[in-house]
Design a protein around this ligand. Sequence first.
Ligand code: BV8
Ligand code: ZN
Length: 238
Amino acid sequence: MFESIADKLLDAKKIVFVTGAGISQESGIPTFRGKDGLWRKYDAMQLATIDAFYENPKLVWEWYDERRKNILAAKPNAGHTTIANLEKFKQIRVLTQNIDGLHQRAGSSQVYELHGSIVTIKCTVCDFKEKVAESFSELPPICKCGNMLRPDVVWFGESLPQDVWSKAIEEASLCDVMFVVGTSLAVSPANMLPLYAKQNGAILVEVNPEKTPMSQNMDLSIRSTSANALPEILSIMH
Ligand code: BV8
Ligand code: ZN
């Protein structure tokens, strides 16, 4: 699958992976598209907003609790483990829209969580923040300052963590090859990262069973699943 860019891959110093829900689909975690994107009768895009949270914090917490249970029960797949193993050969950076932490669990050491993490919670008012230890007896859980706790994720209409976003732009602008894996590129500003790489003359490779809005900008489009396609990159490195 990757023969046409094998030389570029072998010459590359820094390789960046921009990933989305598709890379975790083969770990049993639903994507946001189509029927997958619905929880009970709610559209994920509706629930992942600060308005939905203040309108019905218990409902939003139940959604994240259920997703966290699925995610903690899931295992990284060959897509995640390949990216982690490539660190033996190249400088690898992962810029992910996923909040599931599966890249880190697969062993990737440089992961930038653009949209936060489902395994961390924070206070809606004070600067309290901690990893989720146990499931909560009462929803929404209350902080010691008396205000509601919330998942440490970025909701629609909220800005990305500035330090993570500026680092992501830097890495995208300095890479030799960028793989865009398992994302519909429907959400901004994350969907602009391939543009930064293109501006720097990087090789752009897409791994997705379906076309995306940037397919025509790719140097190579692999119409396959990530767990099926990515391991082939390793065979080129050996
Ligand atoms: C912001 C965390 C500044 C929470 C998420 C109108 C027009 C344009 C933009 C906007 C607009 N109105 C508002 C905006 C901005 C908005 C936006 O982009 N909206 C979209 C919907 C139009 N963006 C924001 O609000 C961002 N903040 O801009 O701040 C600002 C502030 C105020 C006002 C304006 C601007 C914040 C966005 C972050 C939101 N949080 N997640 C949670 O997860 O609960 S986004 C969430 O959805 C994910 O993180 C991800 O980013 C996105 C889903 O996309 P994908 O991951 O790509 O998944 P998807 O299901 O869509 O696609 C899966 C793909 O995988 C498919 O292509 C499929 O073919 C493929 N696939 C499937 N299986 C496999 C596979 N590929 C490989 N292998 C497989 N096995
Ligand atoms: Zn607090």
